[in-house]
Ligand binder design. Structure first.
Ligand code: SF4
Length: 483
Protein backbone atom coordinates (compact mmCIF):
# COMPACT_ATOMS: atom_id res chain seq x y z
CA UNK A 1 0.00 0.00 0.00
CA UNK A 2 1.24 3.47 -0.90
CA UNK A 3 2.41 5.66 1.95
CA UNK A 4 2.48 8.81 -0.17
CA UNK A 5 -0.05 11.55 0.61
CA UNK A 6 -2.45 12.46 -2.17
CA UNK A 7 -1.30 15.27 -4.46
CA UNK A 8 -3.94 17.77 -3.36
CA UNK A 9 -2.98 17.70 0.32
CA UNK A 10 -1.41 21.10 1.13
CA UNK A 11 2.16 21.05 2.37
CA UNK A 12 3.06 22.38 5.81
CA UNK A 13 3.47 21.31 9.40
CA UNK A 14 0.28 20.09 11.01
CA UNK A 15 0.10 18.63 14.50
CA UNK A 16 -1.07 15.04 14.64
CA UNK A 17 -4.67 14.96 15.92
CA UNK A 18 -5.08 12.74 18.98
CA UNK A 19 -7.91 10.38 19.84
CA UNK A 20 -11.03 10.54 21.99
CA UNK A 21 -10.75 11.95 25.50
CA UNK A 22 -11.98 9.84 28.36
CA UNK A 23 -13.89 11.96 30.89
CA UNK A 24 -14.54 9.88 34.01
CA UNK A 25 -17.49 7.57 33.44
CA UNK A 26 -19.02 9.76 30.71
CA UNK A 27 -19.73 8.17 27.34
CA UNK A 28 -17.01 8.55 24.71
CA UNK A 29 -17.66 11.65 22.61
CA UNK A 30 -16.63 10.40 19.17
CA UNK A 31 -18.01 13.51 17.46
CA UNK A 32 -15.71 15.77 19.47
CA UNK A 33 -12.61 13.75 18.55
CA UNK A 34 -13.78 13.51 14.93
CA UNK A 35 -14.07 17.29 14.81
CA UNK A 36 -10.41 17.61 15.82
CA UNK A 37 -9.42 15.08 13.14
CA UNK A 38 -11.40 17.01 10.51
CA UNK A 39 -9.63 20.19 11.61
CA UNK A 40 -6.31 18.62 10.51
CA UNK A 41 -6.82 18.54 6.71
CA UNK A 42 -3.50 16.87 5.76
CA UNK A 43 -4.16 13.97 8.12
CA UNK A 44 -7.82 13.73 7.29
CA UNK A 45 -7.39 13.82 3.53
CA UNK A 46 -4.54 11.35 3.52
CA UNK A 47 -6.44 8.98 5.82
CA UNK A 48 -9.50 9.15 3.61
CA UNK A 49 -7.48 8.63 0.42
CA UNK A 50 -5.43 5.71 1.77
CA UNK A 51 -8.45 3.82 2.99
CA UNK A 52 -10.45 4.52 -0.13
CA UNK A 53 -7.54 3.12 -2.16
CA UNK A 54 -7.79 -0.08 -0.11
CA UNK A 55 -11.52 -0.21 -0.73
CA UNK A 56 -10.98 0.20 -4.50
CA UNK A 57 -8.31 -2.52 -4.56
CA UNK A 58 -10.67 -4.79 -2.67
CA UNK A 59 -13.28 -4.16 -5.37
CA UNK A 60 -10.81 -5.02 -8.15
CA UNK A 61 -10.06 -8.34 -6.42
CA UNK A 62 -13.75 -9.01 -5.99
CA UNK A 63 -14.54 -8.40 -9.68
CA UNK A 64 -11.67 -10.69 -10.68
CA UNK A 65 -13.34 -13.61 -8.87
CA UNK A 66 -16.69 -14.69 -10.33
CA UNK A 67 -17.29 -16.93 -7.32
CA UNK A 68 -16.89 -14.03 -4.82
CA UNK A 69 -20.49 -14.00 -3.59
CA UNK A 70 -20.52 -17.79 -3.35
CA UNK A 71 -17.36 -17.63 -1.19
CA UNK A 72 -18.89 -14.95 1.04
CA UNK A 73 -21.93 -17.13 1.60
CA UNK A 74 -19.74 -20.15 2.30
CA UNK A 75 -17.59 -18.17 4.75
CA UNK A 76 -20.70 -16.94 6.53
CA UNK A 77 -22.22 -20.44 6.66
CA UNK A 78 -19.02 -21.99 8.04
CA UNK A 79 -18.80 -19.34 10.76
CA UNK A 80 -22.47 -19.65 11.72
CA UNK A 81 -22.22 -23.44 11.79
CA UNK A 82 -19.11 -23.26 14.00
CA UNK A 83 -20.53 -20.65 16.36
CA UNK A 84 -23.67 -22.70 16.85
CA UNK A 85 -21.51 -25.68 17.92
CA UNK A 86 -18.70 -23.71 19.52
CA UNK A 87 -18.24 -25.92 22.59
CA UNK A 88 -17.90 -29.01 20.39
CA UNK A 89 -15.25 -27.48 18.11
CA UNK A 90 -13.33 -25.86 20.97
CA UNK A 91 -13.05 -29.19 22.75
CA UNK A 92 -11.97 -30.83 19.50
CA UNK A 93 -9.28 -28.16 19.06
CA UNK A 94 -8.11 -28.58 22.65
CA UNK A 95 -7.79 -32.36 22.31
CA UNK A 96 -5.88 -32.12 19.01
CA UNK A 97 -3.60 -29.34 20.22
CA UNK A 98 -2.77 -31.28 23.41
CA UNK A 99 -2.01 -34.36 21.32
CA UNK A 100 0.40 -32.18 19.31
CA UNK A 101 2.26 -31.22 22.49
CA UNK A 102 0.65 -27.81 22.97
CA UNK A 103 -0.46 -26.65 26.44
CA UNK A 104 -3.98 -25.20 26.28
CA UNK A 105 -5.26 -22.65 28.80
CA UNK A 106 -8.77 -21.20 29.18
CA UNK A 107 -9.30 -17.58 30.22
CA UNK A 108 -12.71 -16.36 31.30
CA UNK A 109 -11.82 -12.68 30.94
CA UNK A 110 -9.04 -10.18 30.28
CA UNK A 111 -7.69 -10.32 33.83
CA UNK A 112 -7.43 -14.11 33.73
CA UNK A 113 -5.74 -13.98 30.31
CA UNK A 114 -3.15 -11.49 31.49
CA UNK A 115 -2.51 -13.49 34.66
CA UNK A 116 -1.92 -16.71 32.71
CA UNK A 117 0.52 -14.95 30.39
CA UNK A 118 2.33 -13.29 33.28
CA UNK A 119 2.66 -16.61 35.15
CA UNK A 120 4.04 -18.32 32.06
CA UNK A 121 6.61 -15.57 31.59
CA UNK A 122 7.62 -15.68 35.25
CA UNK A 123 7.92 -19.48 35.20
CA UNK A 124 10.33 -19.15 32.27
CA UNK A 125 12.19 -16.17 33.72
CA UNK A 126 11.29 -14.09 30.65
CA UNK A 127 11.59 -10.33 31.20
CA UNK A 128 11.01 -9.38 27.56
CA UNK A 129 8.11 -10.52 25.41
CA UNK A 130 8.18 -9.92 21.66
CA UNK A 131 4.80 -10.05 20.06
CA UNK A 132 3.04 -9.78 16.73
CA UNK A 133 -0.19 -7.87 16.16
CA UNK A 134 -3.16 -9.03 18.19
CA UNK A 135 -6.35 -7.03 18.75
CA UNK A 136 -7.24 -9.42 21.56
CA UNK A 137 -4.23 -8.39 23.63
CA UNK A 138 -5.23 -4.74 23.06
CA UNK A 139 -8.73 -5.68 24.26
CA UNK A 140 -7.21 -7.28 27.37
CA UNK A 141 -4.81 -4.41 28.11
CA UNK A 142 -1.96 -6.93 28.26
CA UNK A 143 0.94 -4.54 27.73
CA UNK A 144 -0.05 -2.26 30.60
CA UNK A 145 -0.58 -5.21 32.97
CA UNK A 146 2.77 -6.78 32.11
CA UNK A 147 4.52 -3.43 32.48
CA UNK A 148 3.25 -3.30 36.09
CA UNK A 149 4.95 -6.66 36.63
CA UNK A 150 8.20 -5.29 35.18
CA UNK A 151 7.93 -7.22 31.92
CA UNK A 152 8.85 -5.37 28.76
CA UNK A 153 6.61 -6.00 25.75
CA UNK A 154 7.97 -5.14 22.31
CA UNK A 155 5.62 -5.00 19.33
CA UNK A 156 7.23 -6.37 16.17
CA UNK A 157 4.63 -5.37 13.58
CA UNK A 158 5.88 -2.05 12.15
CA UNK A 159 2.56 -0.18 12.44
CA UNK A 160 1.92 -1.57 15.91
CA UNK A 161 5.46 -0.62 17.02
CA UNK A 162 4.95 2.94 15.75
CA UNK A 163 1.82 3.13 17.87
CA UNK A 164 3.52 1.64 20.91
CA UNK A 165 6.42 4.11 20.68
CA UNK A 166 3.93 6.96 20.32
CA UNK A 167 1.92 5.68 23.30
CA UNK A 168 -1.23 5.38 21.21
CA UNK A 169 -3.58 2.46 20.57
CA UNK A 170 -3.86 1.02 17.06
CA UNK A 171 -6.33 3.04 15.01
CA UNK A 172 -7.22 0.26 12.54
CA UNK A 173 -7.32 -3.53 12.87
CA UNK A 174 -5.04 -4.11 9.86
CA UNK A 175 -3.06 -0.88 9.43
CA UNK A 176 -2.60 0.39 13.00
CA UNK A 177 -0.82 3.66 12.17
CA UNK A 178 -2.80 4.58 9.05
CA UNK A 179 -3.89 7.90 10.59
CA UNK A 180 -0.30 9.15 10.79
CA UNK A 181 1.68 11.09 8.18
CA UNK A 182 5.22 9.98 7.37
CA UNK A 183 6.43 13.12 9.18
CA UNK A 184 4.62 11.98 12.34
CA UNK A 185 6.45 8.64 12.18
CA UNK A 186 9.80 10.36 11.60
CA UNK A 187 9.14 12.48 14.70
CA UNK A 188 8.22 9.47 16.86
CA UNK A 189 11.26 7.45 15.74
CA UNK A 190 13.61 10.41 16.20
CA UNK A 191 12.40 10.80 19.78
CA UNK A 192 12.46 7.10 20.66
CA UNK A 193 15.05 5.26 18.57
CA UNK A 194 17.24 8.18 17.53
CA UNK A 195 16.61 8.25 13.78
CA UNK A 196 17.00 11.40 11.65
CA UNK A 197 13.96 13.64 12.39
CA UNK A 198 14.17 15.20 8.92
CA UNK A 199 14.13 11.91 7.03
CA UNK A 200 10.60 10.60 6.49
CA UNK A 201 11.45 8.21 3.68
CA UNK A 202 9.47 4.99 4.46
CA UNK A 203 12.33 2.55 3.62
CA UNK A 204 14.69 4.58 5.84
CA UNK A 205 12.19 4.56 8.70
CA UNK A 206 11.47 0.84 8.33
CA UNK A 207 15.20 0.07 8.28
CA UNK A 208 15.83 2.23 11.36
CA UNK A 209 13.12 0.38 13.24
CA UNK A 210 14.37 -3.01 12.05
CA UNK A 211 17.89 -2.21 13.28
CA UNK A 212 16.56 -1.05 16.64
CA UNK A 213 14.26 -4.04 17.16
CA UNK A 214 16.38 -6.92 15.84
CA UNK A 215 18.72 -7.25 18.89
CA UNK A 216 15.66 -7.25 21.18
CA UNK A 217 13.99 -9.94 19.08
CA UNK A 218 17.10 -12.12 19.12
CA UNK A 219 17.46 -11.98 22.90
CA UNK A 220 13.77 -12.04 24.00
CA UNK A 221 12.73 -14.61 26.59
CA UNK A 222 9.33 -15.28 25.02
CA UNK A 223 7.31 -14.63 21.89
CA UNK A 224 3.59 -14.12 21.44
CA UNK A 225 1.35 -14.29 18.41
CA UNK A 226 -2.36 -13.89 17.93
CA UNK A 227 -4.35 -16.28 15.76
CA UNK A 228 -6.37 -15.57 12.65
CA UNK A 229 -7.78 -19.10 12.68
CA UNK A 230 -7.72 -22.14 14.95
CA UNK A 231 -8.33 -25.37 13.04
CA UNK A 232 -10.31 -27.79 15.19
CA UNK A 233 -9.56 -30.99 13.23
CA UNK A 234 -5.76 -30.55 13.40
CA UNK A 235 -5.18 -28.30 16.43
CA UNK A 236 -3.24 -25.87 14.20
CA UNK A 237 -2.93 -22.13 14.83
CA UNK A 238 -2.89 -20.09 11.61
CA UNK A 239 -1.44 -16.57 11.56
CA UNK A 240 -1.53 -14.31 8.48
CA UNK A 241 1.02 -11.47 8.26
CA UNK A 242 2.83 -9.43 5.65
CA UNK A 243 6.04 -8.77 7.56
CA UNK A 244 6.95 -12.26 8.76
CA UNK A 245 7.22 -10.92 12.30
CA UNK A 246 4.87 -13.55 13.72
CA UNK A 247 7.33 -16.21 12.55
CA UNK A 248 10.14 -14.46 14.41
CA UNK A 249 8.05 -14.32 17.60
CA UNK A 250 7.09 -18.00 17.30
CA UNK A 251 10.44 -19.38 16.21
CA UNK A 252 13.20 -17.50 18.03
CA UNK A 253 12.40 -17.61 21.78
CA UNK A 254 12.01 -20.96 23.52
CA UNK A 255 8.48 -20.03 24.66
CA UNK A 256 5.66 -19.33 22.17
CA UNK A 257 2.36 -18.09 23.61
CA UNK A 258 -0.69 -17.82 21.37
CA UNK A 259 -3.46 -15.51 22.48
CA UNK A 260 -6.73 -16.34 20.72
CA UNK A 261 -10.41 -15.46 21.07
CA UNK A 262 -12.70 -18.49 21.17
CA UNK A 263 -14.51 -17.30 18.03
CA UNK A 264 -11.40 -17.90 15.90
CA UNK A 265 -12.16 -21.58 15.57
CA UNK A 266 -12.98 -23.18 12.19
CA UNK A 267 -13.80 -26.86 11.83
CA UNK A 268 -11.53 -28.21 9.08
CA UNK A 269 -8.35 -27.45 7.19
CA UNK A 270 -10.47 -27.41 4.02
CA UNK A 271 -12.46 -24.46 5.42
CA UNK A 272 -9.28 -22.45 5.77
CA UNK A 273 -8.99 -22.04 2.00
CA UNK A 274 -12.27 -20.11 1.95
CA UNK A 275 -11.09 -17.61 4.56
CA UNK A 276 -7.55 -17.25 3.26
CA UNK A 277 -8.98 -16.33 -0.15
CA UNK A 278 -11.26 -13.71 1.39
CA UNK A 279 -9.11 -12.18 4.15
CA UNK A 280 -6.32 -10.32 2.37
CA UNK A 281 -8.47 -9.46 -0.63
CA UNK A 282 -10.99 -7.79 1.68
CA UNK A 283 -8.34 -6.18 3.89
CA UNK A 284 -5.71 -4.78 1.55
CA UNK A 285 -6.93 -5.75 -1.92
CA UNK A 286 -4.04 -8.21 -2.31
CA UNK A 287 -4.67 -11.85 -3.29
CA UNK A 288 -2.99 -13.29 -0.21
CA UNK A 289 -0.86 -12.24 2.76
CA UNK A 290 2.92 -12.67 2.35
CA UNK A 291 2.95 -15.25 5.12
CA UNK A 292 0.25 -17.73 6.12
CA UNK A 293 1.99 -19.56 8.95
CA UNK A 294 0.72 -22.75 10.54
CA UNK A 295 1.90 -23.52 14.06
CA UNK A 296 0.92 -26.99 15.11
CA UNK A 297 3.22 -27.81 18.00
CA UNK A 298 6.34 -26.74 19.91
CA UNK A 299 9.75 -26.84 18.25
CA UNK A 300 12.20 -29.37 19.75
CA UNK A 301 13.34 -28.00 23.10
CA UNK A 302 10.70 -25.25 23.10
CA UNK A 303 7.17 -24.84 24.53
CA UNK A 304 3.97 -23.72 22.86
CA UNK A 305 0.96 -22.52 24.86
CA UNK A 306 -2.45 -21.46 23.54
CA UNK A 307 -4.65 -19.23 25.71
CA UNK A 308 -8.30 -19.43 24.62
CA UNK A 309 -10.07 -16.28 25.74
CA UNK A 310 -13.77 -15.68 26.29
CA UNK A 311 -13.91 -12.10 27.65
CA UNK A 312 -17.61 -11.58 26.93
CA UNK A 313 -17.83 -13.69 23.78
CA UNK A 314 -20.10 -16.36 25.30
CA UNK A 315 -22.44 -13.64 26.47
CA UNK A 316 -22.44 -12.07 22.99
CA UNK A 317 -23.20 -15.49 21.52
CA UNK A 318 -26.43 -15.45 23.52
CA UNK A 319 -27.56 -12.06 22.17
CA UNK A 320 -30.19 -12.79 19.54
CA UNK A 321 -29.56 -9.65 17.50
CA UNK A 322 -25.79 -9.42 17.88
CA UNK A 323 -24.30 -12.93 18.01
CA UNK A 324 -23.31 -12.92 14.33
CA UNK A 325 -20.79 -10.15 15.06
CA UNK A 326 -18.64 -13.07 16.28
CA UNK A 327 -18.21 -14.12 12.63
CA UNK A 328 -15.82 -11.18 12.14
CA UNK A 329 -12.39 -12.11 10.73
CA UNK A 330 -10.97 -8.59 11.44
CA UNK A 331 -10.27 -7.71 7.81
CA UNK A 332 -11.07 -4.01 8.28
CA UNK A 333 -13.03 -3.74 5.00
CA UNK A 334 -16.01 -2.21 6.80
CA UNK A 335 -13.71 0.51 8.18
CA UNK A 336 -12.15 1.25 4.80
CA UNK A 337 -15.53 1.82 3.20
CA UNK A 338 -17.20 3.75 6.05
CA UNK A 339 -17.49 7.51 5.29
CA UNK A 340 -17.57 8.34 8.99
CA UNK A 341 -14.50 6.25 9.83
CA UNK A 342 -12.49 7.52 6.87
CA UNK A 343 -13.07 11.10 7.91
CA UNK A 344 -12.70 10.77 11.67
CA UNK A 345 -9.87 8.27 12.25
CA UNK A 346 -10.00 5.13 14.37
CA UNK A 347 -8.77 6.75 17.58
CA UNK A 348 -11.81 9.02 17.69
CA UNK A 349 -13.90 6.00 18.76
CA UNK A 350 -11.98 5.70 22.04
CA UNK A 351 -12.26 1.90 21.93
CA UNK A 352 -10.21 -1.13 20.92
CA UNK A 353 -12.47 -1.76 17.93
CA UNK A 354 -13.39 1.21 15.80
CA UNK A 355 -15.40 1.76 12.64
CA UNK A 356 -18.58 -0.18 11.87
CA UNK A 357 -17.48 -3.42 13.55
CA UNK A 358 -16.56 -1.42 16.65
CA UNK A 359 -20.01 0.14 16.77
CA UNK A 360 -21.59 -3.27 17.25
CA UNK A 361 -18.91 -4.91 19.43
CA UNK A 362 -17.90 -2.10 21.80
CA UNK A 363 -21.32 -1.68 23.51
CA UNK A 364 -21.17 -5.39 24.45
CA UNK A 365 -18.15 -4.54 26.64
CA UNK A 366 -19.63 -1.40 28.19
CA UNK A 367 -23.02 -0.11 27.04
CA UNK A 368 -22.73 3.23 28.85
CA UNK A 369 -19.17 4.07 27.86
CA UNK A 370 -19.86 3.33 24.19
CA UNK A 371 -23.49 4.48 24.09
CA UNK A 372 -22.77 7.25 21.55
CA UNK A 373 -20.92 5.05 19.08
CA UNK A 374 -23.90 3.44 17.28
CA UNK A 375 -24.86 6.98 16.20
CA UNK A 376 -21.53 7.41 14.37
CA UNK A 377 -22.94 5.87 11.22
CA UNK A 378 -24.98 6.99 8.23
CA UNK A 379 -26.56 3.49 8.07
CA UNK A 380 -25.76 3.44 4.35
CA UNK A 381 -25.13 -0.32 4.46
CA UNK A 382 -21.79 -0.23 2.62
CA UNK A 383 -20.15 -1.99 5.59
CA UNK A 384 -22.53 -4.93 5.29
CA UNK A 385 -21.99 -5.07 1.51
CA UNK A 386 -18.22 -5.43 1.76
CA UNK A 387 -18.11 -7.75 4.78
CA UNK A 388 -16.59 -11.07 3.62
CA UNK A 389 -18.57 -13.04 6.21
CA UNK A 390 -21.86 -11.23 5.54
CA UNK A 391 -22.43 -9.65 8.95
CA UNK A 392 -25.51 -7.41 8.75
CA UNK A 393 -23.49 -4.62 10.36
CA UNK A 394 -25.72 -1.65 9.61
CA UNK A 395 -28.80 -3.51 10.84
CA UNK A 396 -27.00 -4.32 14.08
CA UNK A 397 -25.97 -0.67 14.47
CA UNK A 398 -29.63 0.30 14.15
CA UNK A 399 -30.62 -2.46 16.58
CA UNK A 400 -28.10 -1.11 19.12
CA UNK A 401 -29.72 2.32 18.93
CA UNK A 402 -33.04 0.74 19.92
CA UNK A 403 -31.42 -1.22 22.76
CA UNK A 404 -29.67 1.88 24.10
CA UNK A 405 -32.90 3.90 24.06
CA UNK A 406 -34.66 1.04 25.86
CA UNK A 407 -31.90 0.87 28.45
CA UNK A 408 -31.89 4.68 28.94
CA UNK A 409 -28.32 4.99 27.68
CA UNK A 410 -29.22 7.76 25.20
CA UNK A 411 -28.58 11.41 26.19
CA UNK A 412 -31.60 13.43 27.31
CA UNK A 413 -31.30 15.98 24.45
CA UNK A 414 -31.28 13.23 21.82
CA UNK A 415 -34.25 11.48 23.47
CA UNK A 416 -36.23 14.73 23.66
CA UNK A 417 -35.45 15.55 20.01
CA UNK A 418 -36.51 12.07 18.87
CA UNK A 419 -39.72 12.26 20.93
CA UNK A 420 -40.57 15.61 19.32
CA UNK A 421 -39.75 14.28 15.84
CA UNK A 422 -41.87 11.18 16.53
CA UNK A 423 -44.84 13.33 17.56
CA UNK A 424 -44.60 15.37 14.32
CA UNK A 425 -44.01 12.39 12.02
CA UNK A 426 -46.99 10.52 13.50
CA UNK A 427 -49.45 13.29 12.47
CA UNK A 428 -49.56 13.95 8.69
CA UNK A 429 -51.27 17.37 9.02
CA UNK A 430 -48.77 18.59 11.60
CA UNK A 431 -45.89 17.16 9.52
CA UNK A 432 -46.99 18.97 6.33
CA UNK A 433 -47.48 22.25 8.17
CA UNK A 434 -44.04 21.87 9.81
CA UNK A 435 -42.35 21.21 6.45
CA UNK A 436 -43.96 24.26 4.85
CA UNK A 437 -43.05 26.51 7.77
CA UNK A 438 -39.48 25.15 7.85
CA UNK A 439 -39.05 25.77 4.11
CA UNK A 440 -40.34 29.33 4.54
CA UNK A 441 -38.01 29.90 7.49
CA UNK A 442 -34.98 28.54 5.64
CA UNK A 443 -35.58 30.90 2.73
CA UNK A 444 -36.37 34.04 4.70
CA UNK A 445 -34.52 33.95 8.06
CA UNK A 446 -31.07 35.54 8.39
CA UNK A 447 -28.22 33.01 8.31
CA UNK A 448 -27.15 33.51 11.96
CA UNK A 449 -30.61 32.41 13.16
CA UNK A 450 -30.18 29.03 11.46
CA UNK A 451 -26.41 28.47 11.72
CA UNK A 452 -25.59 29.21 15.34
CA UNK A 453 -24.07 27.32 18.27
CA UNK A 454 -27.36 25.51 18.96
CA UNK A 455 -27.42 23.91 15.51
CA UNK A 456 -25.00 20.98 15.91
CA UNK A 457 -25.98 19.53 12.53
CA UNK A 458 -25.25 22.79 10.72
CA UNK A 459 -21.73 23.12 12.15
CA UNK A 460 -20.22 20.99 9.42
CA UNK A 461 -22.95 21.05 6.79
CA UNK A 462 -24.97 23.38 4.61
CA UNK A 463 -28.71 22.97 4.20
CA UNK A 464 -29.78 22.60 0.55
CA UNK A 465 -32.02 25.38 -0.77
CA UNK A 466 -35.62 24.36 -0.09
CA UNK A 467 -37.70 23.59 -3.21
CA UNK A 468 -40.38 26.08 -4.28
CA UNK A 469 -43.10 23.62 -3.27
CA UNK A 470 -43.28 20.49 -1.14
CA UNK A 471 -44.03 17.07 -2.62
CA UNK A 472 -47.51 17.25 -1.17
CA UNK A 473 -48.18 20.65 -2.77
CA UNK A 474 -46.81 19.36 -6.10
CA UNK A 475 -49.06 16.29 -5.92
CA UNK A 476 -52.20 18.35 -5.27
CA UNK A 477 -51.28 20.79 -8.05
CA UNK A 478 -50.56 18.14 -10.69
CA UNK A 479 -53.05 15.40 -9.66
CA UNK A 480 -55.68 17.59 -8.10
CA UNK A 481 -56.28 15.18 -5.25
CA UNK A 482 -54.79 14.06 -1.96
CA UNK A 483 -51.86 11.64 -2.22
S1 SF4 B 1 -17.19 -6.91 10.31
FE1 SF4 B 1 -16.78 -7.90 8.34
S2 SF4 B 1 -15.82 -6.28 7.12
FE2 SF4 B 1 -15.69 -5.59 9.25
S3 SF4 B 1 -13.71 -6.28 10.00
FE3 SF4 B 1 -15.18 -7.90 10.49
S4 SF4 B 1 -15.11 -9.32 8.77
FE4 SF4 B 1 -14.15 -7.43 8.09
Amino acid sequence: MSERPPEDVPEGIEAQPRGARQRGSKPIDQAEAAKRFLAAPRHQQQHDARLWTLRQRRDEQMWAMPEWEELRQLASDIKEHTLSRLDHYLEMFEAKAKANGVVVHWARDAAEHNKIVQQLLEQHGARTLIKSKSMLTEECGLRADLAKAGIDVVETDLGERIQQLDDEDPSHVVVPAVHKLRTDVAKVFAATIGSDPDNDDPPYLAEAQRNAARPVILSAGAGMTGANFLVAETGAVVVCTNEGNADLCANIPALHIVSAGIEKIIPRMGDLAVFVRMLSRSALGSPITQYTSHFRGPRPGAEMHVVLVDNGRSERLGMAEFWTSLKCIRCGACMNTCPVYRRSGGLSYGATYSGPIGLIIDPTFNARKYSNLPYSSTLNGSCSNVCPVKINIHEQIYAWRKVLVREHETPFVKRAAMRAAGAVLARPTVYRAAIEKTNDALTSLPRFVIYNGMNEWGKGREMPRPPAETFHQWFIRTRGDKP
